[in-house]
Design a protein around this ligand. Structure first.
Ligand code: ADP
Ligand code: MG
Length: 728
């Protein structure tokens, strides 16, 4: 292995820059490989086009004849671009994307070969679903799964295959993917938010959720990564001593992008353009080799599809540039991990972003309504929101001395804090004419000015208001954003529904004026949900203590965090909002717990193997060299050898101590794993892996990293942090 490491180092130095193809203007390339409106206009009849658009905009059903037409046009378009296969493209609960390619190619009875693609193949397929996680849904109902076309996300050509975004459900209707509940939650929010918007503008017919993600990632040289079984099998390093220079100098963030990385980015962005992913921003992140890509925000369902697609595209493009892209939340110890900020807002069909203060007091009251309702929704469901971003890999960031903490809080900035304080003072009941004018002019009216100044960003906050949107920052870099967005939309939808009922009751029952009723309800909301607002440093211990006093949850591990999903109130929430049934919620809980167990189990095996099969033998080899050296000194210097061999003898002892530390801990870890493995109940099993298996990782690592500092560099088999982390 040591030979492999040196070979890899040599190749990585020679791994010069892969040239980038000529790209042209981005606006001209954008969406070339997408069956978008422009292409549809060209290929579909007027009626078919209208039918697809009303399916996208109003959720209307597409009939069979139209589906046949659309399929045939999609096929013609795809064939004109050299495409041979099609696939339903979906997002099962593995978190990755799934596809099964079929050729358009068919043989007729007379033996002639043709290309065929009909409405039935477009609309529905039955992939062999038995190997996707279902949390027991299929077993219970003995049902198969099928995929069904989601016309709201356009088909696209990827690697010579026509990909059709679909949902994935059991025959009994239960969702087996991330997209189905997201679509239901987006609809729930649309209904609730549209009703509330009507207070402010009667013309509002639809509210759409918008989302802009910011994807962080690491790049490492492919050959260097190949010398790390931990990176290859778990996506992160399980051991490795910190380099002398890490991110202490803050010299990477926004620094000049290394040429090799820049070429990768240009290639990646070109692929994004072809696929209609509106990539806009690129920069170096805080840690060495860490970068970010962010698009222009889009309708949330499309944004989620695009992010899922992007993660796949990134891995492929990286390989072309001799890189391995690491999407893991914490690939390296002691330097920053990666997240995926989900920027979230809602806008009306009349073109208003409801989280953006407008020019009139009325539009600002609308802003305040959505702003305060979101705060209240997050306050009342903070634990559920935390659960929506829980995973074995994200546990390394949340609550592990890394931004942001496992406690959900909201940052709104000093200015808006002041606005809420003013609103809290609004008279209970009917407002005097003076108060009304005052509110309009001095509180609500002043918001836009206030926001111009809202640059004070608190980077430690997991959920922050940033001018015209909320930014959910605790989402993991590997996550499918569909999950957190489903929760966010569900809780806000529920909240808006409750708000509407309360305001209507005041208007109808107490004959309050509409504004008056809104102010009254908002005042109570601000009072009751204040505890979620936090402007201070989220990393500190003092915040943990303070949060505890406020009754906020602080679930540091996935098994702890996921439990809230099974609470009666959670199931009721999902059922009431039409987002998930009890069966679906419970199935997802099982799938996520199992995934956690599998991750920890794999990591535990990998660290055990590396420690015993790579590190210990290497340490023994080096120790033997030292022993030979001591023996030689003894032969030459006889009795005097001890003083001459003092350091060597110390080293020999230190190596033995580390070897002992590794072996005894690996043995204990395997024992704990065997016990955990036998536990039937999924919750108890996940807890056993979390509490009894995982803690050994740190113990084993400490000894391995200790040896890395002692053993001759030439013998060391694994590429070191300092080699992995600084691409040029
Ligand atoms: P940051 O300082 O956090 O990097 P940016 O201004 O670069 O902030 O924006 C980050 C993301 O927010 C981008 O993906 C952008 O498209 C998205 N964004 C901007 N406005 C909205 C909005 N109204 N709804 C959702 N996302 C938005
Ligand atoms: Mg951001």
């Amino acid at each position: 292995m040591a030979i492999l490491r040196f070979h890899a180092l040599k190749t990585s130095i020679n791994n010069n820059i892969t040239p980038v193809v000529k790209q042209g203007k981005r606006s001209e390339v954008f969406g070339t490989n997408v069956f978008n409106r422009r292409t549809m206009l060209q290929y579909l009849t007027r009626d078919a086009f209208k039918s697809v658009i009303s399916a996208i905009e109003e959720g209307k059903k597409i009939n069979r004849t139209v589906a046949d037409q659309v399929a045939s046009s999609m096929k013609d378009w795809a064939l004109s671009k050299g495409v041979t296969h099609y696939t339903h493209w979906f997002q099962p609960l593995t978190g990755a994307t799934a596809e099964k390619h079929d050729a358009f190619f068919e043989i007729l009875e007379n033996g002639d070969a043709i290309e065929k693609f009909g409405g039935s193949q477009l609309v529905q397929q039955e992939p062999d679903a038995s190997s996707f996680p279902s949390g027991g849904i299929r077993n219970t109902f003995e049902a198969r799964g099928y995929t069904a076309w989601d016309p709201t996300s356009p088909a696209f050509i990827y690697e010579t295959t026509l990909c059709i975004p679909t949902i994935f459900v059991a025959y009994t209707g239960e969702a087996l993917d991330y997209k189905t509940p997201l679509l239901r939650a987006l609809n729930a929010l649309d209904a609730a938010a549209t009703d509330v918007c009507k207070y402010f503008d009667k013309n509002v017919k639809k509210v759409t959720t918008s989302m802009g993600w910011e994807q962080e990632y690491f790049l490492v040289d492919k050959n260097l990564a190949a010398c790390r079984p931990d990176i290859l099998l778990t996506g992160r390093t399980l051991l490795g001593h910190s380099p002398a220079k890490g991110q202490q100098l803050d010299d990477h963030y926004f620094g000049s992008i290394p040429t090799r990385a820049l070429n990768f980015m240009r290639d990646l962005e070109h692929q994004c353009m072809l696929l209609g992913i509106p990539a806009k921003t690129r920069h170096n992140e805080v840690a060495p080799n860490q970068f970010e890509i962010a698009p222009i925000h889009e309708e949330a369902n499309l944004a989620v599809d695009h992010n899922s697609l992007l993660m796949d595209v990134m891995s492929r493009v990286a390989l072309k540039h001799n890189f391995e892209v690491l999407l893991h939340e914490k690939p390296f110890a002691n330097i920053n991990g990666s997240g995926k900020h989900n920027n979230w807002s809602m806008s009306t069909n009349t073109g208003t972003n409801v989280l953006k203060p407008g020019k009139t007091p009325m539009s600002n009251l609308q802003f305040l309504t959505f702003f305060v309702n979101t705060i209240k929704a997050v306050y009342e469901n903070e634990e559920l929101l935390r659960a929506s971003i829980a995973s074995a890999s994200n546990d390394h960031r949340l609550g592990a001395n890394e931004a942001p903490p496992a406690i959900i809080s909201i940052f709104i900035g000093e200015q808006l804090t002041k606005v809420l304080q003013d609103l809290e003072g609004v008279t209970k009941g009917k407002l005097s004419p003076k108060e009304k004018t005052d509110l309009k002019l001095n509180v609500v009216g002043k918001i836009p000015d206030v926001l111009l100044d809202n640059t004070d960003r608190n980077r430690t906050s997991p959920f922050a208001f940033t001018g015209n949107k909320f930014e959910f920052r605790a989402v993991g870099s590997m996550a499918n954003c569909g999950k957190p967005l489903t929760i966010l939309n569900t809780i806000v939808a529920k909240q808006l529904k409750a708000f509407k009922e309360e305001v209507d009751a005041l208007v109808d029952g107490k004959s309050f004026k509409k504004d008056e009723a809104i102010f009254n309800v908002l005042r109570e909301y601000i009072k009751s949900s204040k505890d979620i607002l936090f402007e201070g440093n989220g990393y500190g211990q003092s915040w943990e203590l303070e949060a505890k006093k406020r009754g906020l949850s602080n679930n540091k591990t996935t098994p702890e965090a996921l439990k809230v999903n099974l609470h009666k109130s959670t199931i009721k929430l999902f059922e009431q909002m039409g987002v998930m049934s009890k069966v679906e919620v419970e199935a997802r809980y099982d799938v996520e717990m199992e995934a956690y167990i599998n991750y920890i189990q794999i990591e535990s095996r990998v660290i055990g193997d590396i420690a015993r099969n790579h590190i210990v033998p290497t340490a023994v080899k080096y120790q033997n060299i030292l022993i030979d050296n001591v023996k030689g000194l003894k032969v030459i210097f006889d009795k005097d050898y001890k003083s001459l061999a003092k350091e060597q003898l110390n080293l020999i002892k230190a190596i033995s101590a580390h070897i002992d530390g590794i072996n005894s801990n690996v043995t204990k870890m395997i024992g704990a794993r065997d016990v955990a493995h036998q536990i039937e109940d999924v919750t108890a099993r996940a807890e056993a892996y979390s509490n009894n298996v995982k803690p050994f990782f740190e113990e084993i690592r400490t000894h391995c990293d200790g040896l890395e500092l002692l053993v001759d560099d030439e013998l060391w088999p694994l590429t070191k942090y300092r080699e992995l982390l600084f691409i040029r």
